[in-house]
Design a protein around this ligand. Sequence first.
Ligand SMILES: Nc1ncnc2c1ncn2[C@@H]1O[C@H](COP(=O)(O)OP(=O)(O)OP(=O)(O)O)[C@@H](O)[C@H]1O
Ligand SMILES: [Mg+2]
Length: 511
Amino acid sequence: MVARVNTVSFQGIDVRSIDVQVQISSGLPSFTIVGLPDKAVAESKERVRGALHALGLSLPAKHLTVNLAPADLSKEGSHFDLPIALGLLAAMDVIPKDSLENFLVLGELSLDASIRPVAGILPAAMHASSNDNRLICPEDCGGEAAWAGGLDILAPRDLLQLINHIKGTQVLSPPAAKLGNEQLRGGPDISEVKGQETAKRALEIAAAGGHNLLMIGPPGSGKSMLASCLPGILPPLAPREALEVSMIHSLAGTLPDGGLLKHRPFRDPHHSASLPALIGGGHRVKPGEISLAHRGVLFLDELPEFARATLESLRQPLETGEALVARVNHHVRFPARFQLIAAMNPCRCGHLGEEDLECTKAPRCGTDYQSKISGPLMDRIDLQTDVPAVKVADLNVSGGENSASVAARVAAARRIQSERFAKFAESGINMLNANADGKILEEIAVPDSGAKDLLNRAMENRKFSARAYYRVLRTARTVADLETAHSGVANPEISRTHMAEALSYRRVQLI
Ligand SMILES: Nc1ncnc2c1ncn2[C@@H]1O[C@H](COP(=O)(O)OP(=O)(O)OP(=O)(O)O)[C@@H](O)[C@H]1O
Ligand SMILES: [Mg+2]
């Protein structure tokens, strides 16, 4: 007779049900796992054998076959250990065969029979919840699984505890939901940045509307510092967003302390990052930096230093909000609705355009350096601002507006947007001006006649692309929303001043 245990396999953010079938038949002693297992799954035999040995059990000297159905779907990861072990225990009649019905099982085994944490528990728990299943997961993942809500969870520390629970000699208590990053990632307060009023304003607009931003300036002018102020002015994730973002981090195994994320992710990969690290993929498909930055910020410091192919690969996700990773025989999708914040120097020496400081190769070195950023990528950046060297006079002035008051304005502007988008967006996901498209954009961003005139003229004189036209429109909508948040007076239409400010952040060309 065949013992059956349910588990899952992850295909990007999608979860597929897997049926683990275990059969013990007469024949020469052997232990085979079939159903396209990868190396981690194939090695699971040794861990299972070791864990059972630690409990004083040995595998029968018979023909053992484990089939992971459906057989044509490749299986990755170490979470198959526990379902395979439980299937074997059921087939060996150590536990009743029907005791595992309706359970979804995930967990990695150690040789001492303890159950180690695995990635992807939150999406698996959501899957179990939607299929009316119960869940067995490692103790360390219980706090994460509990977020699926209304789910019956067993989170044992080791295999013995679990067997005892199934046999009724010990009762495991259900785990409590755990909250993750209570503490905000500690960046500087925006009041610590001296001068740079234009850049601060651009940062506020970017935060309010979810726009992409590029800061260009000489070394030491505060670009990296400004970017690290951003987590302090962004509002926390809405509950539905927190669940969505945490699912991705759960798959990557980067959930802090196994709890749910509360604050928006801020990812700042080094410029040596490879294409799979940024977009996702690799030997075992994992979400890349752009997916880990979903509903948050991707900060690319020293933008031209990134490999050209890596930068170009951002083009599609920036438009679609999705990372598509091609595998040999299928595609894997991860959500990637991130906000790109980038910083760069104007040239290699960094002082292009500064009297006495620029090198002898200017302006050629600037053209060469800036041409590393392609036109299409630049076109996708709504706000492009200069961050000039700080003046001594500015450094000696103390204190500007602090992060808390900027954050309050940003939150108010985002509230205005979520009220406006309520009728279009999925409930619980706050849509932002930067993501409005097509018909929705035409409906929400209506310029008055002066503003329209200004935009049309800019379009003609500055040879804007159609994309740039719509991006300016979205930025202008955010500028108007920020004014409403500040003054309390509604701005249903975009005025000429809003449009002029939005246009001022689009540079004709870099130099
Ligand atoms: N506007 C500013 N106000 C206060 N301190 C500043 C300012 N700009 C720079 N600093 C100081 O200089 C340090 C370096 O700044 P930062 O790293 O942000 O420069 P950067 O513009 O990113 O330079 P680079 O182009 O070399 O990366 C900061 O940690 C801060 O102490
Ligand atoms: Mg820097």
